[in-house]
Design a protein around this ligand. Structure first.
Ligand code: 1GP
Length: 247
């Protein structure tokens, strides 16, 4: 029986079981805060831990993931903002191509540089079409990517982009408003994307409460990513995980 992260995501999708991924920025929570976050993840059986950031300023990713691994058996998935964020301590990597943008480095350049390191690290590779969606204000992700996000009311652009990503063989589509987004991705856009692709859809950026997470899941998201809000209030992990598991 396959027990890879991609298999878990696909199987949950087919069972209509929504997943919560808690995004941890390795620069932010200190050890005490990290323990609190992971306690919540363990107590509510949150499904995945994503780790990474558009810009990291501390060089301690391996050590940080090793610490997380001592607290939990929840799979740790790299969500890299750059080729420097590869670690053999993780279980898998979202191997991202920024298909919403036209920056060749993030469409294929960085991937060419990262590929041998990812292979050597023995990571499970999750080929992911990554789409930045305008969320009302520039985010670190949109600034660092040198690309325009898709306008938040242009669902048809998002749908065609996701379709093209799936046709190219990408296994996951991730629509992201960017960390700390003013507004999460609009549910109308998520529904349009859901109509045209079969692969699992991940949605993140600016999700701060249970109602928003549930409406995003109902619109067609398979995995909901929550980052900032969990640092401010780790208890929200329990609330959102329980609500999502009942959608
Ligand atoms: C950002 O999708 C993630 O890339 C999560 O965003 O930190 O706003 O929850 P937040």
């Amino acid at each position: 029986m396959e027990s890879t992260v991609l298999h878990t995501i696909k199987e949950s999708k087919s069972l209509k079981r929504k997943l919560l991924a808690v995004l941890i920025d390795p620069d932010t929570p200190d050890k005490k805060q990290l323990q609190k976050i992971v306690e919540q993840i363990n107590s509510t059986k949150s499904d995945l831990i994503f780790i990474g950031g558009s810009l990291l300023v501390k060089d301690a990713l391996d050590e940080y993931i090793a610490t997380i691994k001592t607290y939990t058996s929840t799979p740790v998935v790299l969500f890299p903002g750059s080729t420097m964020q590869i670690s053999s301590k993780a279980d898998a990597i979202l191997f991202l191509s920024l298909i919403s943008g036209r920056n060749p480095d993030l469409l294929i350049g960085s991937q060419v540089i990262a590929a041998p390191y990812v292979k050597q690290a023995g990571l499970e590779v999750l080929p992911t079409g990554y789409m930045l969606i305008d969320s009302g204000k520039p985010t670190t992700a949109s600034y660092m990517s040198h690309s325009f996000p898709i306008p938040r009311n242009k669902s048809e652009i998002a749908a065609c982009t996701a379709m093209a990503g799936e046709m190219l063989g990408l296994q996951i589509i991730y629509l992201d408003g960017g960390s700390g987004a003013d507004q999460p991705v609009d549910t109308a856009m998520i529904s349009e994307v859901r109509k045209v692709v079969e692969v699992p859809i991940i949605i993140g950026g600016g999700i701060r409460d249970t109602d928003t997470a549930v409406s995003i899941a109902k619109a067609g998201a398979d995995v909901i990513v929550v980052g900032n809000a969990t640092e401010k209030n780790p208890l929200i992990i329990k609330e959102i995980a329980e609500a999502l598991h009942h959608v």
